[in-house]
Design a protein. Structure first.
Length: 394
């Protein structure tokens, strides 16, 4: 369940050529997947040039949509299946990396990608094409995860799952993130924070996952502000890259998504056109607050990782301070902290509460792993607090 190779650090991208040569077949072509926004940064062209120095032929594909929809995925799958490629490289954010993983695994597996959309079951029988994943944001951790998000025909975020989706080589280079715009830096950073925070606030935690999650939270909480306001700061970018990488590992060491946080974020995002990282930022302090009665000890653990001085405080007071610190972080990187700010209609609260409790929570195994049992009443109260921008202690 591990990525075969992880290469990280400033300048790590220079290894892309040797990795591509190692993984590709002689005289075969390589498909480099990106999107138009990332292409403007110049990073994909730089990676392409590094690989071409190894006498490999590289075709660049940049026709992805903002979200990894079924139609966008199918178009890329057709390209990868029919192009005679022996290697797929993803250079970009979560959508790009997930799309590259999907294209690589579907190149050798029959049927339509929609046939494989089922949580908890690996339906892929044939091996994936080798793949190299190179993130240009510090957020999703997709470069080290065995999941790929796909928006299905109903507009709902779904996913495919398999160890075959793991990268053969993940190259994490903070120099590739320097050009990431401030808002995307903030949103992707809060996505990574959500992965690790939810990994701590699940009943499926372990001492191993705790170590990963706490270090990820420490790196993000202490570097996201700097990365947002001073994007050229290489130390902050490096720490954020590692924090996001660890967030990806957190998804592999705990029941993935088994906390109400990503359940809510991945529902609100497509329903109300809220970018995923922004939705994670908005949701995270409130789901910490929601789960607090069932996991005060766990939240108190987070306080030190976030750099808080809780000496002499009770565990409950330390937990409340942690929730407030998470909300302060969202405010400081200028992301929305209430549903009103993303134009969520208050009248939709009952409908969304029913959807989360009666339909969506089973996808995320919340009945088994979320610390607090979901009910229509308490999820309605949670959504009302999110609408008003109100958390415990304020």
């Amino acid at each position: 369940m591990n990525v075969n190779t992880v290469i990280y650090g400033a300048g790590a991208s220079n290894s892309a050529g040797s990795e591509a040569k190692r993984l590709s077949k002689e005289n075969a072509r390589t498909l480099l997947v990106t999107d138009r926004g990332v292409k403007k940064s110049g990073v994909p062209e730089k990676i392409k040039e590094i690989i071409e120095k190894e006498k490999l032929q590289v075709d660049l594909y940049d026709e992805l949509t903002t979200e990894p929809t079924l139609d966008s995925s199918r178009k890329l799958i057709n390209r990868s299946s029919e192009g005679g490629y022996s290697l797929v490289i993803g250079v970009g954010g979560g959508t790009v990396l997930d799309s590259a993983k999907t294209a690589a695994v579907m190149a050798n597996n029959p049927g339509d990608i929609s046939d494989y959309l089922l949580y908890g079951e690996d339906r892929f029988k044939e091996a994936s094409l080798p793949k190299i994943l190179i993130p240009t944001t510090s957020g999703t951790g997709s470069e080290v995860s065995m999941f790929a998000i796909i928006v299905d025909k109903t507009g709902t975020k779904n996913w495919i799952y398999s160890p075959k989706l793991l990268a053969d080589s993940a190259i994490v280079d903070p120099l590739n993130v320097i050009t990431c715009p401030p808002r995307q830096t903030a949103a992707s950073g809060m996505d990574a924070m959500a992965h690790s925070m939810e990994g701590l606030l699940t009943l499926g935690y372990s001492p191993f996952s705790d170590g990963i999650c706490l270090q990820s939270i420490r790196l993000i909480a202490q570097n996201l502000r700097t990365a947002y306001y001073w994007g050229e700061n290489l130390e902050a970018r490096y720490n954020m890259s590692i924090g996001a990488l660890l967030g990806g590992y957190a998804m592999a060491t705990t029941p993935t998504g088994a906390n109400i946080g990503h359940c809510m974020a991945e529902a609100l995002g497509p329903m109300y056109k809220v970018p995923h990282g922004v939705a994670c930022a908005l949701v995270t302090p409130y789901v910490m607050d929601y789960n607090m009665p069932a996991c005060i000890d766990r939240l108190a653990l987070v306080a030190e990782a976030m750099g808080l001085d809780v000496h002499g405080l009770s565990k409950r007071d330390a937990a409340i301070m942690t929730i407030q610190a998470a909300r302060d972080l969202v405010k400081d990187v200028e992301l929305p902290t209430s549903l009103r700010e993303v134009e969520f209609p208050k009248a939709d609260i009952p409908k969304v509460a029913r959807y989360l409790v009666q339909e969506r929570q089973s996808y995320y195994l919340l009945q088994k792993y979320n610390p607090r049992r979901l009910t229509i009443e308490n999820v309605t109260e949670l959504l009302e607090k999110m609408y008003e921008g109100r958390i415990t202690g304020e």
